[in-house]
Design a protein around this ligand. Structure first.
Ligand SMILES: Cc1cc2nc3c(=O)[nH]c(=O)nc-3n(C[C@H](O)[C@H](O)[C@H](O)COP(=O)(O)OP(=O)(O)OC[C@H]3O[C@@H](n4cnc5c(N)ncnc54)[C@H](O)[C@@H]3O)c2cc1C
Length: 381
């Protein structure tokens, strides 16, 4: 009998891993806690590195059709004066592949459509596991159990599998909290992707396919603040109402019920992702703050690398370790850089903000390009 593979979590990491494994000739079973495979959240940026991974899965055309190619990305100050600008088109032309933005629901639906529905088990929250030398026993909140030879943990930043292996590795709060929503762009007709760094917070705007806009707003504050839980659009207007156009109008056009709120967290880089017959992937392994738009992209890269290492592997734990070796350095660099970018972008001190904006304005375009190039370069083509 062939060895059995189980994936915990039907998010971007779990679904993409199932697709990639299938292409390597490995059938897997997915257990997902939610009653449906559905994305929570609004929009998502998929950089060229993620598109290269989708290219490996022969899905790049389908993903691109659901997305919107990103051209310019500009950072403004709150008065609307540019601080820095990256031209994705130039990079796209140079490296043959661009960046795009996509509605999370569209990406999820596409990933879901590529997997045999009979291997996805919903309403199955993993509550505990028991790792043995040659198998793992999984227990779920409905009282059922499942035994597997190999386990891929793709259960997100609050991973139950990681808690079992590393009880001390808890998500850490980044110091700011975030609201986001998708609204109609018909009246606004915005085309530019931008982020605005102001004293009272940070506001991002990303046009999506289908004439929609995804926006996000981050403000500094304590974790899990009950005040923020109650925030409505009118509260956000108190922070961002004085920001340059079209930010106040975007907020005015957002309905309270469409607001999604969450504190921003990440995971201090782990030393290992592979633990014998269990491997951690996606946010369970290397959750990062969203400042570089790379969390989902790294989960997609993980899927391709893991499937590469598992193809024809006779020793699966060794393949898990090779996956770990290929993924540790890159994901650590992203987690650390993204955390710093977030801190700097959220500065509230006027003097520091002035220095920051001045320095960014002096940076030659080649510096931005070099950073983007490093992100685009994956160790698979
Ligand atoms: C505000 C914000 C903006 C972001 N923007 C971007 C962006 O532009 N680009 C980008 O690439 N990334 C972005 N990210 C990061 C991205 O959302 C995550 O990195 C990505 O969703 C991780 O996917 P995942 O599958 O590892 O985890 P998740 O998406 O968290 O999926 C985990 C899945 O596991 C399930 N699960 C959890 N626990 C259990 C359990 N015990 N048993 C069974 N199932 C379980 C969950 O229900 C869920 O379906 C952003 C994140 C945030 C917070």
């Amino acid at each position: 009998m062939p060895a059995s593979f189980t994936i915990i979590g039907g998010g971007i990491a779990g679904l993409t891993t199932a697709i990639a494994l299938q292409r390597s000739g490995i059938e897997s079973t997915i257990f997902e806690a939610a009653p449906a495979i559905k994305a929570i959240g609004a929009g998502l940026a998929l950089s060229a590195n993620a598109l290269k991974a989708f290219n490996r899965l022969e899905m790049v055309k389908a993903v691109t059709e659901q997305g919107r190619l990103l051209d310019l990305f500009t950072v403004y100050d709150e008065k609307g004066k540019p601080i820095t600008r990256v031209d994705s088109r130039v990079l796209g032309e140079k490296y043959g592949i661009g960046n795009l933005t996509i509605h999370r629901a569209a990406l999820h639906a596409l990933l879901h459509s590529k997997i045999d529905p009979s291997v996805i088990h919903l309403n199955k929250r993993l509550t505990s596991l028991d790792q043995k030398a040659d198998h793992v026993v999984l227990s779920f909140d409905d009282g059922s159990t499942h035994t597997t030879n190999f386990l891929v943990a793709a259960d997100g930043v609050h991973s139950a599998v990681r808690s079992y292996l590393l009880p001390g590795a808890l998500p850490r709060y980044a110091g700011y909290t975030c609201w986001r929503a998708v609204i109609d762009n018909s009246g606004l007709q915005l085309r530019e992707t931008s982020e605005t760094w102001g004293q009272k917070g940070r506001f991002g705007i990303t046009p999506l396919a289908g004439n929609k806009i995804y926006w996000y707003a981050c403000i500094n504050g304590p974790q899990n603040d009950p005040r923020f839980r109650q925030y409505k659009v009118s509260d956000l207007l108190k922070h961002f109402g004085e920001f340059h156009a079209p930010i106040p109008v975007i907020l005015q056009q957002t309905k309270d019920e469409d607001l999604i709120w969450s504190d921003i967290t990440d995971l201090k880089p782990l030393r290992r992702f592979a633990y014998g017959n269990i491997v951690l992937t996606g946010d369970a392994a290397h959750a990062t703050t969203p400042n570089m738009g790379q969390g989902g992209c790294q989960a997609i890269e993980d899927a391709v690398v893991l499937a590469d290492e598992l193809r024809d592997a006779s020793d699966v734990p060794a393949a898990f370790r090779r996956f770990e070796q290929r993924r540790l350095k890159r994901t650590h660099a992203i987690v650390n850089t993204s955390r710093i970018v977030g801190k700097v972008a959220q500065w509230e001190n006027k003097w520091l903000m002035g220095m920051r904006d001045f320095m960014f304005r002096q940076l030659p375009r080649s510096v931005n390009e070099r950073q983007m190039k490093a992100l685009f370069e994956v160790d698979f083509e």
